[in-house]
Design a protein around this ligand. Structure first.
Ligand code: ZN
Length: 170
């Protein structure tokens, strides 16, 4: 009988779990920039991306909890769309994404680094295309997607989420 601790002889189910885990990690954390980030300030901003429980997310969650809403955090709304929403309201079918201003090109704060401009332009454009694709796929499945900018006030963001949840349940 094989020793299960021997490297290279892990049982298949363990490999499957590991692969699933690795996929989850890859989804949560964008691949590190191939190029050096252009400035220390920008670097600090970028380094927050992909982290869970960012301040804007926590503030929005608190506000919605205060209003009596319950939801799941960091979940794929549907099994066949590879995307984890920051908040998922299952029965209402509302998926909320809290988008970082840099990574998702907020019209007020989205900036284009001067160094490695081609790389960043391609990457950020891909993010935007991916956002639009996810929105479309979820909406085709009867979900309402609410995108909140990280710069939004928690109360006004919560108002938009609340309106979406009510409309979906109506
Ligand atoms: Zn912004």
């Amino acid at each position: 009988m094989l020793d299960r601790r021997t490297p290279g002889h892990e049982p298949l189910w363990l490999l499957e779990i590991w692969r699933g885990y690795a996929r989850g990690v890859a989804e949560s954390y964008p691949s590190p920039p191939r190029a050096t980030p252009p400035s220390p300030a920008k670097s600090a901003e970028m380094s927050r991306v992909g982290q869970r429980d960012t301040a804007p997310e926590v503030a929005l969650r608190s506000e919605l909890h205060r209003r009596g809403y319950r939801f799941r955090v960091d979940r794929a709304p549907v099994a066949d769309v590879r995307s984890r929403a920051d908040l998922v309201f299952g029965p209402a079918r509302v998926a909320v994404y809290v988008d970082g201003c840099f990574w998702h090109r907020c019209p007020e704060h989205g900036t284009m680094p001067k160094a490695n401009a081609d790389f960043w332009n391609e990457k950020l454009t891909r993010n935007q295309e991916r956002d639009a694709e996810v929105d479309l796929l979820l909406e085709q499945r009867g979900w309402k997607v609410v995108r909140v900018w990280e710069h939004e006030q928690p109360a006004s963001a919560a108002d938009r989420v609340e309106a979406a949840v009510r409309a979906q349940l109506a």
